[in-house]
Design a protein around this ligand. Structure first.
Ligand code: MLT
Length: 276
């Protein structure tokens, strides 16, 4: 049975809330650190299949974001991407990490971009997996409001049951029922209030295309060929003309490449760590 979190440690943030994380530690002597940021209604467990390979080449830190997994929800109706990024900065400070590369899946990528804007000196690399620097379209903003309404009226479980099938490529939805169930089990752990606040935070995020294009650090853009949530073009649109950009397409994968095509994504991230 797969676990719904990888975390086994936690910090108390300055505001008193508990943020849980896993840290492969400095004992292996790696010079580089990567922080893996999961997406909306996910958890650290999204990264379970990548961890063995990434631990070979880097120190790997994997939080459960606020209100997700076993991390506590925090106060507020809207969790801006900047507020998630501030939690991660506190974690870096706690671990005495001057710099790390942020590897973000989907909403985790939006958070990594917010961190790049707010704390550029703390990042030495940034990867967007199934994510984008674009802001929400008007239609996507309307969908956020509908999502919030559903979560508030019906609770988290029906919302997750409706969301998760869309995260997988159609073929994988049929072929990987246990994985689909696992991702639902992860989603059920999300606090309803936190999920609503995160949805409104994603709705409020600005376009960060210019920031990404001008990033001074290496960038990896990885997409799923069959992603129905963040289409390939939205992920790769900044790639052209960007000096330090690496791209990767996971064939056959939907929005969940780390689980649907773990080897392909692990290799891409491992190669990327090699250029940091
Ligand atoms: C995610 O997986 O984090 C979300 O689907 C991202 C989004 O809804 O924009």
């Amino acid at each position: 049975m797969r676990k719904t979190t990888l975390t086994d440690q936690y910090i108390r943030l300055k505001n008193g809330f508990r943020l849980a994380y896993y840290d492969s530690g400095s004992a292996a002597g790696h010079l580089k650190t990567v922080v893996l940021l999961h997406g909306f209604c996910g958890s650290s467990a999204y990264w379970a299949d990548l961890l063995p390979q990434l631990k070979e080449v880097a120190r790997v830190v994997v939080p459960d974001l606020r209100a997700h997994g076993v991390s506590e929800p925090q106060n507020g109706q809207v969790y801006e991407m900047e507020s998630f990024a501030a939690d991660i900065l506190e974690l870096l400070d706690h671990l005495e990490l001057k710099q790390a590369a942020l590897i973000g899946h989907s909403m985790g990528g939006y958070i990594a971009l917010a961190a790049l804007e707010k704390y550029p000196q703390r990042l030495n690399g940034l990867a967007l997996l199934h994510s984008t620097a674009l802001a929400d379209s008007d239609a996507a903003k309307d969908n956020r409001d509908k999502a919030v309404q559903t979560i508030k009226q019906e609770g988290i479980r029906p919302f997750i049951d409706n969301l998760v099938p869309k995260l997988f490529a159609p073929l994988h939805l049929e072929e990987m029922p246990e994985l689909v169930q696992h991702v639902k089990a992860i989603g059920y752990e999300t606090s309803s209030q936190g999920a609503a606040a995160a949805a409104l935070g994603m709705k409020a995020r600005p376009d960060r295309t210019a920031l990404l294009r001008n990033a001074a650090v290496p960038v990896l853009l990885a997409a799923g060929a069959q992603d129905q949530i963040v289409p390939i073009d939205s992920t790769l649109h900044t790639a052209e003309g960007q000096p330090k950009v690496y791209t990767h397409i996971a064939e056959g994968a939907g929005h969940m490449g780390m689980l649907e095509a773990a080897d392909s994504i692990a290799e891409a991230v491992q190669r990327f760590i090699g250029v940091l």
